[in-house]
Design a protein around this ligand. Sequence first.
Ligand code: GLA
Length: 728
Amino acid sequence: MIIHDKQNGLFTLHTRSTTYQMKAGPYGVLLHTYYGPRISGGDLSCLIRYADRGFSPNPDEAGADRTYSLDTLPQEFSCAGAGDFRLPALELELPDGSHVADLRYTGCEIRRGKYALEGLPAFFGGEGDADTLAVTLEDRTAQVSVELLYGVFEEYDLITRAVRVTNRGEGPVYLRQISSLCLDFQRADLDFITFDGGHTVERYLHRSPLRPGVQSVGSVRGMSSHQHNPFVILCERDAGEEHGVCYGAMLLYSGNFQAAAERSQFEDTRLTMGIHPFHFRWVLAPGETFTAPEAALVCSPGGFGPMSRQFHRVIRAHLLRDPLAGSPKPVLINSWEAFYASFDTDKLLSLAKEAAALGVELFVLDDGWFVHRDDDTSSLGDWRADERKLPGGLAGLAASLRALGLDFGLWIEPEMVSEDSELYRAHPDWVLCPPGRPHIRGRGQLVLDFTRPEVREHIFQSIRSALAGVDIRYLKWDMNRCLTQVWSPSLPAGRQGEVYHRYVLGVYDLLERFRREWPRVLIEGCAGGGGRFDAGMLYYTPQIWCSDNTDAIDRLHIQYGTSFAYPTCAMGAHVSVSPNEQNGRVTPLETRGTVAMSGAFGYELDVRALSPEEKETVSRQIAAYKDCYGLIHYGDLYRLSPPGADGVPAAWAHVSPDRREALVSVVAGSTRAARPFRTLRLKGLDPALRYRVNGGESCPGDVLMAAGYPLPAPRGDYQSFQLHLIAE
Ligand code: GLA
């Protein structure tokens, strides 16, 4: 619900459990007055105190009033150059060379339904789902107007924000920094939580108290990155899974980003999230508009659990565009860790046959299928099936798989090119690289200049002809290196600061085109695993390969961190071989299944090599996953016990929305003698119901939650088990 109190210049956005408020205050400055647990209303600008602070300048309108300073007031959208020295959401470079932006409120509009953003990912919603508030600000001197867009999804406690900047003057204006999110708090006793790591160790949770100054994470790699995620949390110091106020903020963007929190001199906090300023300089010609990527906020008055569940629900309902339209995603087998690039049709089909017999539904042919691609040194860009390996072509393979009862899926890496390729030999100038510089390679490959429509067109057409006549249900869109030497011949020197962002827009453009061309094909995102696991990609690819690390125990941490923002159904997760290919760890097959089925489930190993008992286990896993599919994919996630807690097993539960069914998964760490007995207290059940556990004993919901369930003592390392609870 959006309430505009015209008399007092107040905008109050209510969701089910939260309230957000801003006010066009004195002189038209848009002040942020409140964001937090839902309140009845009123004018929260009474919380703002005024004082004459040294070295905090006063705008001209304030006259002799030295208590009015942009440096001390909570701003709704902060600008650089006009007296607010904290993190700016907007920095402009004007034709006269000045860097001043000073915005004043000019008007607003409230609409039913959620605004959309041309060419950018965004939450979507019709009239019954969401409302839009558009607030217009203007810098009259610079002749620049700014539209702040707010989407309010009441039921999900979600508030989205986006910004449009329009040049209404006669000369060019340069955007130097832009963040859709600027959020001021009149307190600084908060913790900052980020999700960080690297390739194969993505999204480990890090929490620290805000200290004076700026703390930030971001990426200048041209991708949202393995190292830091465009999702952060600010929370009260004692906030935990089920208590304390917390604010989750995500950016729907897959390129360079920055998320920064500043604890200011007066113990206030500002959180900004937007495009990273490194090498960003966007030229806005007269009349042009720039749209900044959307940010999305959930405030939870009751801890991280409810915050995550709201994000999961709203992402599932209003961000993912699932081509399978509600029917279960197929259990897949991926050829990569089974064969890498070394296979032929017989090998593929024998693997497929074995997998089909175990209950697998989709066969994904990973890297290595196109001309001369025997290792990762060649052929990217030449999207034609290698007839040595696939004499019947992709169509022949797909038909053979169909005969085995399997759907067909394929790996591609559209943004990349190998120097040893026909494409590179024909178009050496199609890669990102300034003239005269030797190439910097990543995994031996170069990055195509996706800012250029002709490059995207070529890639689209070549993949389209590779797939002509092929019965295909799935594509894995990979991206295996960071961007360097970012320069495009398509733009003049003064506009090279647009290339990083235009690259991302190009990726989104081609993804959208793929979705239109193959509306029934499920596209899984991938960037060396989790290098581009962000809400922007999820808009185009409703699931993303979570990490190249398939070790079940490392995955506990990766999937745990990922779950703070992103739903289970979006995390690609596979059972792979033991000892694990990435870290050599030995884990039981049951445990690998338990962890992988808390995701978009599949296998990635040579199932032909499994023993009869192991095959039996795989069949049971697939049947169990299918049985619990609705719970896992549409249920609510409760994190019961984090991974890595000293000796305590990691545990989590998926609970059906009506709370009549739950799947509890438990994975113990390495074992020792004389282990203490453990009792697991469950969450999310109906205290008034009794639940049958794994078809056997019957336990009351209140007992399971208050007193707990006695865990069996594991014998051996990394044991796991699952409890399937069904209400009687
Ligand atoms: C990346 C992906 C893997 C696999 C390989 C193939 O690393 O993350 O899953 O597809 O590329 O080269």
